[in-house]
Design a protein around this ligand. Structure first.
Ligand code: ATP
Ligand code: MG
Length: 427
């Protein structure tokens, strides 16, 4: 036998038996996003590498070591997208979407060559939103309210909100020199990455996940102490809005996020139930990014949430049950087998919602019936030569003790529309 080939480490199949949870998450998220007037955008999975370098930042974990980059045949450097914001901004500029306020959302796989572990994969899935053209703290509040509604819609309790403000360029510059001074005085306590970043991108040191770095990080100066009046007022109004909406939050002065484009408001929704990989959703403002990527200066705010982490949290709780098949069509004998697919088509024409599996491949009555039972369908529909001749179908409930009855072929749709017991979704 040929040797089998396996999926790439850190990249996972989502199998049919797990798909109900994914679909219900995606459906509910979409309903919430529709409800806030956000419109979906789909961008390519591959972009020029330069896009991510210019947006996420050259001296970040993602760009330095996590991107799947390769040279195209013409020599262009391309990358699998590690996140969605850069592509959204690129598309919004390219297609002239930025003339007025714009509320967008996206979903799909992202790729980062991280060390695979629970909650951290090399292909993972995000749903994200990006809002362009609004600069006040009201829109920051709206995106947080939207996420809270989403947690409620999917039944996620147990998430806490951490927030911070990263201020504006000049405020960060002042903070940066104080931080460099502090870290420079603690050189021997810095790990190798942090020493290097002290030169290139000192704010990133605060984002270090290395446990041995946490103490020196805790003692670092706080960016919140460097906010100017406007940034302070923006942050205060955001906090007041959260309070008025009844959202508990914690100000975490170390929260800087792992990407360079953020300014002012940043936030994360975190759970303690997933261990170290506890951030389920993260976002904030990125007012400079559109201009940085060649568009007109346009304020922006967004977030991305990790679907795998949400799925892990929900797996512990109640799984939404699959709706399951309504019926499994069993056809025995040459005549019925020749007609089965056409009978099934007619039934689907009459009842577009019906979930009907039509047996293919022949076999005895017994073996087909066994498959019907195993399929989880609520009814077996049985057609043998005798039934076909008389224009009837045998209807046998599979999920409860009951006799098989006969229904005329032309009454079958009416039977499912009115007499059949409802499936679990209709409760
Ligand atoms: P972390 O601090 O956990 O590395 P991050 O700051 O790199 O997260 P973002 O780039 O902001 O994360 O992505 C937003 C969300 O996407 C994260 O909060 C998380 O839920 C999810 N996510 C990010 N990277 C991964 C990954 N490698 N595997 C699974 N989910 C991920
Ligand atoms: Mg990360």
């Amino acid at each position: 036998m040929a040797q089998s080939i396996q999926a790439i480490r850190g990249m996972h199949d989502i199998l049919p038996q797990h798909i109900a949870l994914w679909q219900s998450l995606e459906d509910r998220a979409r309903a919430v996003l529709d409800g806030y007037g956000y419109r979906e955008i789909r961008t390519p999975l591959v972009e020029v590498t330069e896009l991510f370098k210019r947006s996420i930042g050259e001296v970040t974990d993602i760009v330095e070591k996590e991107m799947y980059s390769f040279d195209d045949r013409n020599g262009d450097s391309l990358s699998l997208r590690p996140e969605g914001t850069a592509s959204c901004v690129r598309a919004a500029i390219e297609h002239g979407l930025l003339s007025g306020p714009q509320r967008l959302w996206y979903r799909g796989p992202m790729f980062r060559r991280e060390r695979p572990q629970k909650g951290r994969y090399r292909q993972f899935h995000q749903i994200g939103v990006e809002v362009f053209g609004l600069e006040g703290p009201d829109i920051d509040l709206e995106v947080v309210l939207l996420t809270r509604r989403l947690w409620n819609a999917v039944g996620l309790g147990d998430l806490r909100l951490e927030i911070n403000s990263l201020g504006e360029g000049d405020e960060r510059a002042a903070f940066r020199s104080e931080l460099v001074h502090y870290l420079g005085g603690n050189l021997e306590r810095l790990d190798e990455d942090s020493r290097r970043r002290l030169e290139t991108n000192p704010l990133r040191v605060l984002d270090s996940k290395d446990p041995s770095m946490q103490e020196v990080i805790a003692g670092a100066p706080r960016i919140l102490d460097h906010l100017g009046n406007e940034s302070r007022a923006h942050f205060d109004r955001f906090c007041t809005g959260l309070g008025d909406a009844g959202i508990d939050y914690e100000i975490n002065p170390r929260l800087v996020r792992g990407l360079d484009y953020y300014n002012r408001t940043v936030f994360e929704w975190i759970t303690d139930s997933l261990g170290a990989q506890g951030t389920v959703c993260a976002g904030g403002r990125y007012d400079a990014l559109v201009a940085q990527l060649g568009g007109r200066p346009t304020p922006a705010v967004g977030f991305a949430l990790g679907l795998e982490r949400m799925v892990s949290m929900l797996e512990a709780g109640a799984l939404p049950s699959e709706r399951g098949l309504d019926a499994y069509l069993v056809a025995v004998g040459d005549g019925p087998q020749g007609k089965a697919l056409l009978i099934a088509e007619a039934l689907r024409d009459a009842l577009p919602e019906l979930q009907l599996l039509c047996h293919c491949g022949g076999g005895s009555f017994k073996s087909q019936f066994k498959k019907a039972d195993r399929s989880g369908a609520r009814y077996a529909l049985v057609i043998g030569e005798a039934e076909l001749e008389r224009g009837v179908v045998g209807v046998k409930p599979l999920r409860r003790e009951a006799e098989q009855t006969e229904v005329a072929l032309e009454e079958l749709a009416a039977f499912f529309a009115t007499k059949a017991e409802p499936n679990s979704d209709d409760k």
